[in-house]
Design a protein around this ligand. Structure first.
Ligand SMILES: C[S@@+](CC[C@H](N)C(=O)[O-])C[C@H]1O[C@@H](n2cnc3c(N)ncnc32)[C@H](O)[C@@H]1O
Length: 203
């Protein structure tokens, strides 16, 4: 049985926002985010909401074959598209599941990269708790969007009823949720250049 959100994202798989590779300008911004999140060769990374795999492919190159990527998405159409882009890489695992529910090994990941997905988690605190459990001590969590929170929320309110309540929490709510599951914020930007939150587990 599909949730309305899964159906919505299945219907989006060929839309430009999901399918077209990043422009050079967006690649520069992704590079900066990955540098600030300290993504390096050999790392094990969780990518919730991988979509068609545009970022998955970049992450796979960054960590190299000595690293490992687990890319998860609730939409089977997105997962199929992601597999087409990344299945030739043995160190990339693509899973169709909700990140809040999928069993992952504790304390094994170096970083979690949430690109344009955080507002879509039905239970944001549960998702953060999962990230806190699966990250190694001092592991990093990045939450990154090309647009800022006001633009994200305006977009989702009018995009479709399946995502109209998928909003980015205000900064104080984010800080308190992150703090409650053991994260400390290192970088918070929410401005004309988009949304970037980098945090690390304090223990
Ligand atoms: C806006 S898209 C972003 C896709 C990709 N990260 C990108 O930037 O192109 C959000 C994706 O998150 C997925 N998604 C939503 N909720 C999810 C959840 N709880 N667990 C895993 N994936 C989820 C959707 O199916 C969709 O593919």
């Amino acid at each position: 049985m599909h949730s309305s959100k899964t159906k919505f994202f299945n219907s989006q798989v060929e839309e430009e926002w999901a399918a077209v590779d990043y422009s050079d300008e967006k690649i520069v911004r992704i590079d900066r985010m990955l540098r600030l999140a300290q993504v390096r060769m050999g790392m094990k990374i969780l990518e919730p909401g991988c979509g068609t795999g545009r970022l998955t492919r970049i992450l796979a190159d960054r960590v190299g074959t000595g690293g490992h990527i687990v890319a998860i998405d609730i939409s089977e159409k997105m997962v199929e598209a992601c597999l087409r882009k990344a299945n030739w890489k043995a160190h990339v695992e693509v899973v169709c599941a909700s990140v809040e529910e999928y069993p992952l090994p504790p304390r094994e990941f170096d970083a979690v990269i949430c690109h344009q997905v955080f507002p879509h988690f039905n239970d944001k605190l549960t998702a953060l708790n999962v990230f806190s459990t699966i990250l190694k001590p001092y592991g990093r969590l990045a939450i990154f969007h090309f647009i800022n929170s006001a633009q994200i929320n305006d977009l989702h309110r009018i995009a479709h009823e399946a995502v109209m309540e998928d909003l980015m929490p205000a900064e104080d709510a984010m800080t308190s949720m992150l703090d409650s599951v053991g994260f400390q914020i290192d970088i918070f930007e929410d401005d004309e250049n988009g949304y970037l939150l980098i945090s690390h587990l304090v223990h």
